[in-house]
Design a protein around this ligand. Sequence first.
Ligand SMILES: Cc1cc2nc3c(=O)[nH]c(=O)nc-3n(C[C@H](O)[C@H](O)[C@H](O)COP(=O)(O)OP(=O)(O)OC[C@H]3O[C@@H](n4cnc5c(N)ncnc54)[C@H](O)[C@@H]3O)c2cc1C
Ligand SMILES: NC(=O)c1ccc[n+]([C@@H]2O[C@H](COP(=O)([O-])OP(=O)(O)OC[C@H]3O[C@@H](n4cnc5c(N)ncnc54)[C@H](O)[C@@H]3O)[C@@H](O)[C@H]2O)c1
Length: 485
Amino acid sequence: MARERTWDLVVVGGGTAGLVGARTAAALGARVALVERDRPGGDCLWTGCVPSKALLAAAARAAEARTAGRLGVTVGEVHVDLAAVMAHVKGAIAAIAPEDSPEALAAAGVTVLRGTARLTGPRSLTVDGRDTPFRAALLATGATPVLPPVPGLAEAGPLTSETVWGLDVLPRRLVVLGGGGIGCELGQGLARLGAEVTLVEALPRLLPGEDPDASALVAAALAADGVRVLTGTRVTAVTGEPGGPGEVTVEGPGGRGTLGHDRLLVAVGRRPDTAALDPAAAGVDLDDHGHVRVDGALRTTNPRIWAAGDLTAVSRWTHTAGVHGSTAAANAVLGLRREIDRAAIPRVTFTDPEVAAVGAPTWADGDAPAPRTVTRRADRVDRAVAEGRTDGFARLALGRRSRVVGATLVGPRAGESLAELTLAVRTGLRTTDLAATTHPYPTHADGPWNAALDDVRARLARARPATSALVRLRRLLDRGRLTTR
Ligand SMILES: Cc1cc2nc3c(=O)[nH]c(=O)nc-3n(C[C@H](O)[C@H](O)[C@H](O)COP(=O)(O)OP(=O)(O)OC[C@H]3O[C@@H](n4cnc5c(N)ncnc54)[C@H](O)[C@@H]3O)c2cc1C
Ligand SMILES: NC(=O)c1ccc[n+]([C@@H]2O[C@H](COP(=O)([O-])OP(=O)(O)OC[C@H]3O[C@@H](n4cnc5c(N)ncnc54)[C@H](O)[C@@H]3O)[C@@H](O)[C@H]2O)c1
């Protein structure tokens, strides 16, 4: 029997990490195979970022139409046709999908092997049972939604971020479990499209990984959109028909109660997907949460195998999956040890207002001491005032000599304003550098710019005795010149 060819790099998983990794390795001249059991594109394209942002765009139109009266524009009653919204969602996916297609990958020099990969030894894996030897491998099999062990929950057939896109009729009453990124984005979006949404979060606040002031603004915004937000609340049991209707028992600060629902949406986190991979067969260790263990160069405990994306503990977003996929692939095929950046990782939650953050926390996180911060509220940002959107702020966390070490921005298009702060954190810029950079007026980026200016002005105020003395001296010198003339 003919020996299978040995690939320079076999990439397992055709999501963002795998796609970018495979393209990078091929561009470097490696013979690359990408194994995908489903269709290339992964979570981001089919069930994550793209559909969610397309749905949120429709929801934002509905919300704007309802609230336009505040700006003097009256719009008639808003009607939402969920099937048409989902057609828009599918249209966005279809427009982007060709970028990730097997044809596009072949044109980039990547061979797509359709099937499920399983590691069989330190240098080999099988694809649907077919031997596929490699010199190096990049594992990028992503993550899948977690279902918490609540009695009756699995039997109730809840929606997850993987299945919610199949809805073509809006559930009248929707209970969302989890107030993280998915719960807040989709909870608000589906409420704006007309569902009666109750959002149940186990911890005391929404978006628990963000600045508490951001959590409070998002909770207020969700409430304004009609979402009932229950924080510090646990779901203890679910009863009812598979796929609804039914009842959810909750326990929270107000005691025990029940919520009626037509559908449930579970968004309590995602777990790394190693189910089919058998990492142990290749000596690839997992951590306590099931993530593939990697070093700073994304190498696993098998020196021939790298990993990137949601499968690892160091990535939770598409942008990190892509950057890490590329770094890992270059390290694997060129024998480099390039390390990933862990400090300047931006993240955006696309609620309205958006919550964008980078770097060190802007709040006292856990036992860490509170950082020095400077905050510019949106009611002192002209663009926000002009748009009637003052529910936000720009906050910078400052290190020694006012170096920008972190930032939280809340407001419309906060994600767009985050880019320069990411660069600031990454390159160690100070507030003086931001302040000295002219920003176009009036933009939402005026928020962080003015926060930096506020810090510079405050420091100048402390230097006022010295500057005042200089001004007095110049005054005296001028007077002297006048009298001697
Ligand atoms: C609703 C939602 C909204 C999101 N919004 C954003 C956002 O706005 N911005 C952002 O940055 N991130 C967002 N994310 C997160 C983002 O989608 C993920 O972080 C990113 O897609 C992870 O990419 P990945 O390549 O690691 O994994 P995935 O995209 O999950 O790819 C893994 C691939 O591996 C394949 N696979 C698994 N096992 C095997 C096997 N044994 N053999 C062959 N193939 C296999 C799978 O079929 C899949 O195609 C969102 C996620 C969700 C769920
Ligand atoms: N805009 C974005 O970048 C974006 C948007 C959505 C999702 N994502 C990514 O997708 C992943 C999954 O998102 P997610 O929202 O499912 O997870 P998450 O970890 O962001 O949030 C889960 C939330 O559920 C809560 N929770 C846990 N168990 C619970 C329970 N039994 N009852 C009630 N609440 C419970 C947690 O306290 C947490 O607040 C994240 O890694 C996130 O980075 C990113």
